[in-house]
Every structure is written in C-alpha cells, then in structure tokens.
Design a protein around this ligand. Structure first.
Ligand code: HEC
Length: 190
C-alpha cells in the first residue's frame, strides 16, 4: 500500500469532522444548523404521515416522533434542543423566562413584517451555574398545521377526539397561518 493510500481514510475523516469542529467553536452556527435539521426532519415526517394516513394518523407521529427526533438531534449535536410554546400542547413544552422573552421579541418582529426565515435570537447568559449559550428560532404556523392547531372548524372531529385523550390540557389550538406557533429553543453550557 502506498503512503497516499494508507492515509486516505484519515484525510477523509478529517475533512468530514472539520465543519463540525468549526460549528462547535461557534455555537450560533451550530444552533442554526441543529434548528434547521429539526425543521427539515419534522416537516418531512409530517408530510409523509399526512399523505399516508391523514391528520388522524399524523397525531400519533407528532406525539411520538417529534419528541424522539428532538432528543436524537440533542444527542447528535451535544446541545439541549427542544420546542416550546406559550400555548403548549405537550405539557413539558413550557417556556422558561428567557424563552418567554424570546417569544415576545419574535412575535413583535413577525408582526413588523420580518420573514420567518430570519426570526431568531441568541444570547450568552451568565448566572450562578456558569455561562450558557441560548438560541431561539421562530416556528410560524402554516396552513397545513391547522388540522391539528387551528380553530374548532379546522380540526376534524376524529383528530379532536385523539387530541382530547392524549392532551387533556391542550392549549395549542386556535392558530391561524402566519401566527407564531412556538420556538425551537437550544441551550449549550459553555
Ligand atoms: C397531525 C396533527 C398535527 C399537525 C398537522 C401539526 N401538529 Fe404540531 N403538534 C401535534 C402534537 C400531537 C404535538 C405534541 C407533540 C409533542 O410533544 O411535541 C404538537 C406539538 C407542536 C409543537 C411543540 C409545542 C407544543 O405546543 O407542545 C410545535 C411548536 C408544533 N406542534 C408546531 C406545529 C407546526 C408549525 C405545524 C405545521 C407545520 C404542526 N405543528 C402541525 C400535532 C400536530
């Protein structure tokens, strides 16, 4: 085996790991990438579930897959990635003080006409526990979200029944397209 042949796998491994390393040193880039990955993965699974079984089947996908995908991306990226909302469906999706402020800021910017793609905030927060990088990206309601998050007329009865059983304290209804549904929130201890 030639030298070049022997070192080729190592060079390849370095080439693959370099962008990840760069992202680690810049938490904003890493958080952006993680949030985009979550948007893309969840969006894809939602489309597939809605196409194959309609919104009734998709409830199960959202219920089981959304938390699983979020946990998987957290594991992969080494950051704490979640979705929260001031009108949450998942009882654990409650914003903390920083997230509540981020939601208020993003709602104002959305109302002022800013495009959903650029609606993000980030900060380095220092408290007794040390330094934490915080990031929030807006999740804006689309027409296809309404069969599970819209008004009473938008949500089919079969879906309502499923939601009532799984989420007795559901607050995530009554949304219209263009409204802020919640945020992707990311934390990383620095
Ligand atoms: C088929 C029903 C269904 C559709 C369609 C749907 N969702 Fe949900 N959504 C759910 C369920 C069920 C949960 C709770 C699952 C969880 O724990 O994350 C949820 C939770 C969420 C949450 C987490 C915060 C919370 O309220 O608990 C966000 C954010 C969210 N949905 C946004 C959206 C957006 C944006 C769309 C459209 C692109 C959408 N959803 C479409 C069923 C749906």
């Amino acid at each position: 085996m030639t030298h070049a042949g022997k070192f080729a796998p190592l060079i390849l491994a370095l080439a693959v790991s370099l962008p990840v390393h760069a992202a680690e040193s810049d938490p904003l880039i890493a958080a952006r990438q993680a949030s985009m990955l979550l948007v893309k993965t969840l969006g894809g699974e939602l489309t597939a579930a809605m196409t194959s079984g309609g919104s009734e089947k998709a409830v199960t996908v959202c219920k089981d897959r959304a938390p699983a995908i979020t946990a998987e991306i957290s594991k992969q990226t080494g950051m704490d990635v979640r979705r929260v909302s001031s009108h949450n469906r998942n009882p654990n999706a409650v914003p903390d003080a920083w997230e509540a402020e981020a939601i208020a800021t993003l709602e104002k910017r959305l109302a002022a006409g800013e495009k959903p793609e650029t609606l993000e905030v980030s900060a380095m927060v220092t408290d007794a526990g040390g330094k934490t990088f915080r990031y929030a990206r807006a999740i804006v309601t689309q027409p296809r979200c309404l069969s599970c998050h819209g008004s009473t007329e938008d949500i089919p009865d079969t879906v309502k029944a499923k939601l009532a059983i799984a989420y007795p304290a559901d607050k995530a209804v009554g949304y219209a397209p263009g409204m802020l549904r919640g945020i992707i929130t990311i934390k990383k201890a620095m």
